[in-house]
Design a protein around this ligand. Structure first.
Ligand code: JFZ
Length: 587
C-alpha cells in the first residue's frame, strides 16, 4: 500500500522541524492514478438542519451545507445548534465497507467545512465534535483506522479560507463586518494549526482536499509546504490555490460536477454530488441512478480523471437509503468490470457514438452505453491489429473481430449484458497506437486549432484551469510540441494568428509555428498575470496544395522557463479582392 517509512519519517522530521524532500510528483500520484474512484463525505452540524432553519428551506439543487451562510444564521445560534450534534448511530466500519463495496479506493471526510466546526478533537479550537457536543468521539480517528483496516486510503477535506465561525475567517460578514477582519490572524490562529493537527495525529493521509482557493499564491504555498514538510507522500488538491492562478497542488480540480470536453494530460479529479447537495437535505430527492454514476465514472476515467463521489450522511450517522441503493448498484458493476477502470489511462480514441474507451497495456476496454442494433460495434482510430475480444464480465464469451475500412469491427450478442455499460475487452497487438487524430475540417472562416484536436508530444500538456480554461502548457524545449492535421480544401492566402497567455517570466522566449513547410518564428510577449489571453497576428501564409497538411508549434530552444499558456492557432482565409491576379489562382 503506501510507504509508511516516508510518512513516519515525515512525521518525525516534522517534530524535529526538518523538512523531508518530497518524492517526485509522479511517485506521489501513482496511487491516485491507479485508484480512480473515491468517496467524499460532507458531514457536520448542517446535517442536523437537513436543509431547513426556522422554516427557511434550502432550494432543491442548492447546497444544504451552506445553510448558515444562506440564511445568515448568527454564530451564537449556529453554535447552539452544533451542541446538539450527536450521531449515536455513526459506525466508521460501516461507512468504509460501503465505500469498499462500491469499488472506491479512497475516502475523504470534511474535517472542517465553511461553518468552522471541527469534526475531530482539535486542540486549536474547542469548537469541535469531542469538546463541543455530547458525542465525545473523534470521527477522523475512527474513520482513518477503519480505512487502514480495510486497505482503503483516507484523506481529509479542510476549508482553509472560508470560515464563518472565526471573526477573521472569510465569508461571515453578517456577524463580523469585513473591514474588521484580519485574515492573516485567522490563518495563524486556526487554519494552519488545524491542518498541522490533521497531518500529525491520524497517521498517513492520502490527500488534503482544500477548497475555494486562497487569497494569494504565497498564502497557498504555506499550506502546500506544510503538507510537504509533514507528510511528503500526501497529495494536495488543486483548490489550495486561487482559481485564477496556475495549479499549486498535485492535481487539478474540476468545478463541481465538471467534465472536460476531451482527455487531459495532467491528473485531475471531479467531485460530484449524488443529488443536488453535498450536505444532507431531507428535501432533495433528486438522486442519480447507479447507471448514471457508472457512465459518469467511465467518462471521467476515459479522459484521464478521478471521480470523487459524495455522500451526505444524516446527523445520526446513518446513510440515506437512496445513497445505499445507488452505491450497491455501482459496486455490483465494479465487481464485474473494475479491471476496465483501475490503472487505466486517458484514451486517445475519440468518443464513440456507442460509448467510451479506457486503455491499459494491450487492452482497450469498450464501454458500450448504447448497444448497436445491427450487432456490430465499430471502433475507429486504432492502428494496432486487434487479436481477440470478449465480454469482460464473461471472459469465456469471445467475440468475432475483423477490420473494415480502417475500423475494427466486433460482432456482439443480440442483447447487452448490462444496459448501463457492457464492457468488451479488446486485446491488441502491442501497446495502443492511436491513429493520428482525425483531420481538422475547415469552417467558412478557416481553421481553429485548440487543445481538443491537438496531439501533444514531450512535456507539452493539455490542461484545465478554472479561470484559464483548457490550454496547453508545461513546454520548455523543442521536444515539447503540439500538432494538428488539417484537411485543406481551399488554397490561397491565410492569416495566421495565435492566442496565448504569457507571464513576464516567459517574455522573449522564441517559438516556432510550422504551417506545412512554412515556418514562423516569434517571441512570446507578456500578456499580464496568469491566464490573461491575447491574440497576435503572425502574418500571411499561402497554402498552395489542397489535402492533408500538418501544423505544429514548439519552443524554438530549450529553456528553464515555460513558454506560454497556449489557447489556439487560427488560419483565417484571406479573401482577395477580385484584382488582375485573382483570376489566375485556382479556387
Ligand atoms: C465548494 C463548497 O462550497 C461546497 O460546499 C462543497 O464543499 C464543494 C465540494 O466545494 O463549492 C464549490 C467550489 C468550487 C466550485 C463550485 C462549488 N467551482 O470551482 O466551480
Amino acid at each position: 500500500m503506501f510507504k509508511p517509512i516516508a510518512a513516519i519519517a515525515g512525521l518525525a522530521g516534522a517534530v524535529m522541524g526538518l523538512t523531508l524532500a518530497a518524492p517526485p510528483a509522479a511517485d506521489r500520484l501513482r496511487w491516485f492514478r491507479e485508484a480512480k474512484f473515491g468517496m467524499f463525505i460532507h458531514w457536520g452540524p448542517y446535517s442536523g438542519l437537513a436543509g431547513e432553519w426556522k422554516g427557511n428551506r434550502i432550494p432543491i439543487g442548492a447546497e444544504a451545507e451552506w445553510i448558515m451562510h444562506r440564511f445568515n444564521i448568527p454564530v451564537a445560534e449556529y453554535r447552539e445548534l452544533a451542541r446538539g450534534f450527536h450521531p449515536v448511530k455513526f459506525d466508521a466500519a460501516t461507512w468504509v465497507a460501503l465505500a469498499k463495496a462500491a469499488g472506491m479506493k479512497y475516502v475523504v471526510l470534511t474535517a472542517k467545512h465553511h461553518d468552522g466546526f471541527a469534526m475531530y478533537k482539535s486542540a486549536t479550537s474547542g469548537y469541535n465534535i469531542v469538546d463541543w457536543t455530547p458525542f465525545k468521539r473523534d470521527p477522523i480517528q475512527e474513520l482513518s483506522e477503519a480505512c487502514r483496516k480495510a486497505a482503503l486510503r483516507f484523506g481529509v477535506y479542510y476549508s482553509h479560507r472560508e470560515d464563518w465561525d472565526h471573526p477573521d475567517g472569510f465569508g461571515n460578514t453578517w456577524d463580523y463586518p469585513a473591514a474588521g477582519k484580519d485574515f492573516e490572524r485567522y490563518l495563524a490562529q486556526k487554519s494552519l494549526p488545524q491542518v498541522r493537527e490533521l497531518l500529525t495525529r491520524y497517521g498517513p493521509l492520502c490527500l488534503v482536499w482544500f477548497d475555494r482557493g486562497m487569497e494569494t499564491p504565497a498564502q497557498a504555498s504555506r499550506f502546500v509546504n506544510l503538507v510537504r514538510s509533514l507528510q511528503p507522500d500526501c497529495l494536495v488538491n488543486g483548490r489550495v490555490g486561487s482559481y485564477a492562478q496556475d495549479l499549486m497542488g498535485d492535481y487539478q480540480c474540476m468545478g463541481d460536477n465538471g467534465m472536460p470536453p476531451g482527455g487531459l494530460d495532467e491528473p485531475w479529479e471531479t467531485p460530484q454530488t449524488l443529488n443536488g447537495t453535498w450536505g444532507y437535505s431531507r428535501f432533495d430527492q433528486q438522486w442519480k441512478s447507479a447507471g448514471n454514476v457508472i457512465q459518469r465514472l467511465v467518462e471521467i476515467v476515459s479522459k484521464g480523471g478521478n471521480y470523487l463521489l459524495n455522500i451526505g450522511p444524516m446527523a445520526d450517522g446513518t446513510i440515506p437509503a437512496p445513497t445505499l441503493a445507488t452505491l450497491e448498484g455501482v459496486g455490483a458493476w465494479m465487481a464485474r468490470n473494475g479491471e476496465s477502470i483501475y490503472g487505466t489511462t486517458a484514451s486517445p480514441i475519440l468518443e464513440a457514438p456507442w460509448g467510451r474507451t479506457t486503455v491499459k497495456g494491450d487492452r482497450i476496454y469498450l464501454h458500450v452505453f448504447r448497444w448497436p442494433s445491427d450487432g456490430v460495434l465499430r471502433l475507429h482510430g486504432v492502428a494496432n491489429e486487434a487479436t481477440t475480444a470478449y465480454l469482460l464480465a464473461e471472459p469465456a464469451r469471445t467475440l468475432k473481430v475483423s477490420r473494415n475500412e480502417g475500423a475494427i469491427l466486433v460482432s456482439v450478442p443480440e442483447r447487452p449484458l448490462d444496459p448501463d455499460d457492457t464492457v468488451i475487452a479488446l486485446k491488441i497487438a502491442g501497446p495502443l497506437r492511436a491513429e493520428r487524430p482525425p483531420l481538422v475540417q475547415a469552417s467558412d472562416e478557416g481553421f481553429e486549432l485548440d487543445h481538443l484536436e491537438a496531439r501533444t508530444e514531450g512535456g507539452a500538456m493539455k490542461r484545465f484551469n478554472r479561470d484559464g480554461g483548457f490550454h496547453i502548457a508545461k513546454w520548455t524545449g523543442p521536444a515539447d510540441a503540439a500538432s494538428w492535421r488539417l484537411l485543406v480544401g481551399r488554397t490561397g492566402p491565410y492569416r495566421l494568428k495565435i492566442t496565448y497567455a504569457a507571464r513576464k517570466e516567459s517574455a522573449g522566449l522564441k517559438y516556432v509555428v510550422s504551417v506545412g513547410a512554412r515556418e514562423f518564428t516569434a517571441a512570446a510577449v507578456t500578456t499580464g498575470e496568469w491566464f490573461r489571453y491575447a491574440t497576435f497576428d503572425l502574418g500571411l501564409v499561402t497554402i498552395e496544395k489542397a489535402g492533408p497538411m500538418t501544423v505544429s508549434i514548439r519552443p524554438a530552444a530549450a529553456s528553464d522557463r515555460e513558454l506560454m499558456y497556449f489557447k489556439s492557432l487560427s488560419l483565417e482565409q484571406v479573401h482577395e479582392p477580385p484584382g488582375p491576379g485573382a483570376s489566375k489562382r485556382p479556387r
